[in-house]
Design a protein around this ligand. Structure first.
Ligand code: MOS
Length: 741
């Protein structure tokens, strides 16, 4: 009678579709005034002077905050870099230096948004312009080595590379590129900042901020303003998409708070769509050189994956493309490296499956090319190199169902009907191609906390400071809580999105269920035990005198296993104890399992494309994705996540690219009209299958992350299908029609 896994509808669905859900910028606040962020129009140099004479003439203008007059922040946190990588090096008007185009250089506040916009447009900015690094080819002449790649080494080497290379009878040396991409959640970044005086006379800062990390916003803003963390509150019950962009608190959050302090009123600062292209992170472009060598039977004897990506002048942030190559195939001899090409562009950041999405495009394209050279089936080549253990970490997998994923995917797709020769399949005058790729994403876990209270009305309230990015956190946590406490889901409420609630980590790296879920479960168990203990010791309870292991629970009641007629409701126990609710707090954290097992979700993606040979147009009639992702918390939200990932993978393959003007360094397609993403008509059949997988090692729930694996492998599977259809190998994403003509 478990609620876990049940495909129940989203708890927050009604609030969202009816408008009852308030997003950050919609929160009603008394006396609210409006800020507009002003950003640089040069890529490198200094702000010499900002003439605000005309701006100040606009009625209703309350503040023009520039590097000349912005309040000075405590010196030790001048650059806002508190706790990398989630704490970022921000630009908070403490200096006049310009590092990239679209960098915040001023904030204008007025009584209405229109007045603020009008005034912002009237600012006259004088710059001293310096030469800007805007050419990737030139920037890659002076590379930096990142300190770390996620938590791993930047470079790895195993075996003997030269021996391995020479042992191969077939060799591939190919370079793949991926462009800069932007997250573009429907809800742009937005912050409402409000200062109040606390009872002790000290300052209190409240931020309604669209974020993937409540506690991160709280801590970083506390550090920037020199406040104790408990004097900063971040609130965000709903997020209109994040995808990694909202995993960090960027400059505008602190700027809104600085402006609010200056004007003595609550200030709302909502980014324009165009301001999503620079100051709040992006996926960097990558250049990935893959070298593979294999024997005649397809066994890899060497693999080399060297990645160069751009980074900003402010930070060394790397897209960790090589991680997937370290673990995917059983190659005895290997090298992976990561290098950074510093450019005058906004700082790059996490974007859905950072590293795996872009890295798997290169690796899985290269495997397809190698299979073609060997005259082998691409799926057979992958099976030939199937890694029974993690070859990089030299650890057993906690679980791995990739073989079943390949089998089921091939079966459902009809892979064995594939004629291996390129250009051999046609339908209705179009070329047809079939491609496949492996998918993977690591399974991570952080400490989490949850409070659980049983109330006298028979409902329970569970609370944790986690986030719901539209992914289903409210829903699955409610299911886990209901299951642990043996209540129907209708009688459980789960609260999140408030930094005053118990600790929860960033909703990034597909870790929310794995990190917060166990704490919710533990809180439910602890609460049930506490209520049981109270009943057993209370003579007024029908359970009095029994032992805890003789008590069962179902549907909000405790009963004696030996005599089920002796029972009482959880509500009755609370009522007898004053009716104020009985509460527990649980904290859970990972143990040493990471030292014993390598933990990954795996999958296989199969893609069909149709290519119009005259026009170069590519359509994707069919995708089949099969995944081993541990135990599902909710079948419906899980399928949605994986399907959404595949949609984004098709987007990455065919549509997405941010184009940077080579002179000004600004995104020229910084809007949703010209930054192409798929429409409904671009997406056709997507068949998502999930294999049963029991993993006792990843966490107490046995759940692996599902937020990011869906996008991985898809870019390569599409490129491989395009090659099969046309005989043209496109190594540079996106695969736009001009590349086929
Ligand atoms: Mo995700 S890119 O870890 O928000």
């Amino acid at each position: 009678m478990s609620n876990i896994g049940a495909p129940i509808n989203r708890i927050d669905a009604w609030a969202k579709v009816s408008g009852a859900a308030h997003y950050a910028a919609e929160h009603p606040v008394e006396g609210l005034v409006h800020a507009v962020l002003v950003t640089s129009t040069i890529a490198s140099g200094r702000v010499l002077r900002i003439d605000d004479g005309a701006a100040r003439q606009v009625p209703g203008v309350l503040l023009v905050m520039t590097p000349q007059n912005a309040p000075r922040l405590p010196r030790e946190t001048k650059d806002g870099k508190i706790q990398p990588p989630v704490g970022r090096r921000l630009t908070l008007l403490q200096e006049d230096e310009v590092y990239y185009n679209n960098q915040p250089i001023a904030v204008v506040v007025a009584d209405t948004l229109e007045h603020a916009r009008d005034a912002a447009a009237r600012l006259r900015v004088e710059y001293e312009t310096k030469p800007a690094a805007l050419d990737f080819g030139q920037a890659r002449q002076s590379l930096r080595t990142p300190e770390k790649v996620m938590a791993e080494e930047s470079d790895t080497r195993r075996g003997d590379l030269l021996d391995g290379w020479q042992a191969g009878s077939t060799r591939l040396d190919a370079t793949y590129t991926t462009p800069i991409e932007h997250h573009n959640p429907l809800e742009t970044h937005a912050t409402i900042a409000e200062w109040r005086q606390g009872d002790d006379g000290g300052e209190r800062l409240t931020l309604h901020d669209s974020t993937q990390y409540m506690k991160g916003v709280q801590r970083i803003m506390a550090a920037i303003f020199g406040l104790p963390p408990e004097h900063v509150t971040a609130i965000c019950p709903y997020v209109g998409g994040g995808f990694g962009s909202k995993g960090s608190a960027w400059s505008h959050v602190a700027l809104a708070a600085m402006a609010a302090k200056q004007v003595g009123r609550p200030v709302k600062l909502s980014l324009d769509r165009n301001q999503m292209f620079g100051p709040v992170g992006q996926r960097p472009n990558t250049e990935q050189r893959l070298r593979l060598a294999a024997q005649e039977d397809g066994s890899l004897t060497a693999s080399v994956h060297d990645t160069v990506a751009y980074t900003s002048m402010l930070e060394n942030w790397i897209e960790p493309c090589g991680l997937v190559t370290r673990m995917m195939y059983a190659t005895p001899n290997q090298q992976t490296t990561h290098r950074l090409a510093p450019m005058n562009l906004g700082t790059p950041t996490f974007m859905r499956a950072p590293g795996e999405a872009s890295g798997s495009f290169a690796l899985e394209s290269a495997m397809d090319e190698l299979a073609h050279q060997l005259g082998m089936d691409p799926l057979a080549l992958r099976l030939q190199n199937y890694a029974e253990r993690d070859p990089g970490k030299e650890l057993p997998w906690s679980s791995k169902s990739l073989r079943q994923c390949y089998e089921i995917g091939a079966e459902r797709f009809g892979w064995k009907e594939r004629d291996a020769r390129p250009r051999s399949m046609r339908r209705d005058g179009k070329l047809v191609g079939w491609g496949m790729a492996s998918a993977t994403y690591p399974t991570n876990r952080s400490p989490g906390e949850c409070a659980a209270a049983m109330l006298a009305d028979g409902t329970a309230l569970f609370r944790s400071s986690t986030q719901d990015l539209g992914t289903g956190t409210y829903t699955v946590m409610t299911q886990i809580a209901a299951d642990a406490l043996c209540l129907p889901v209708e009688r459980v409420r789960f609260e999140l999105g408030d930094s005053t609630l118990p600790e929860a980590p960033v909703s990034g790296g597909s870790t929310t269920v794995a990190s917060v879920g166990p704490a919710v479960q533990a809180a439910g168990h602890a609460l049930r035990l506490k209520l049981t203990g109270i009943a057993l010791a209370d003579e007024r309870s029908p359970l009095c005198g029994a032992t805890a292991d003789g008590v069962g629970a179902e549907q909000g009641e405790l009963y004696l296993l030996a005599d089920p007629s002796r029972r009482e409701t959880l509500a009755a126990i609370v009522a007898r104890h004053g009716g104020d609710g009985i509460e527990v707090i649980a904290r859970t954290e990972p143990g040493s399992e990471k030292e014993q097992y390598s933990m990954h979700a795996f999958g296989a993606i199969f893609i069909e494309v149709e290519v119009d040979e005259d026009l170069g147009e590519i359509r994707v009639p069919r995708a089949v994705g099969v995944y081993g992702v541990g135990r599902l918390m909710n079948e419906k939200t899980a399928y949605s996540q994986l399907m959404g990932g595949i949609v984004w993978g098709i987007s990455l393959a065919l549509f997405e690219a941010t184009l940077i003007d080579g002179r000004a360094g600004r995104a020229v397609n910084g809007n949703l009209a010209e930054y192409h993403v798929p429409t409904n008509a671009d997406i056709q059949s997507i068949d998502v299958q999930i294999v049963d997988e029991d993993d006792p090692h990843v966490n107490p729930l046995g759940a692996k992350g599902i937020g990011e694996i869906g996008i991985t492998g898809v870019g390569a599977a599409v490129a491989n299908a395009v090659f099969h259809a046309t005989g043209r190998r496109v190594r540079d994403l996106p695969i736009t029609l001009d590349k086929l003509l």
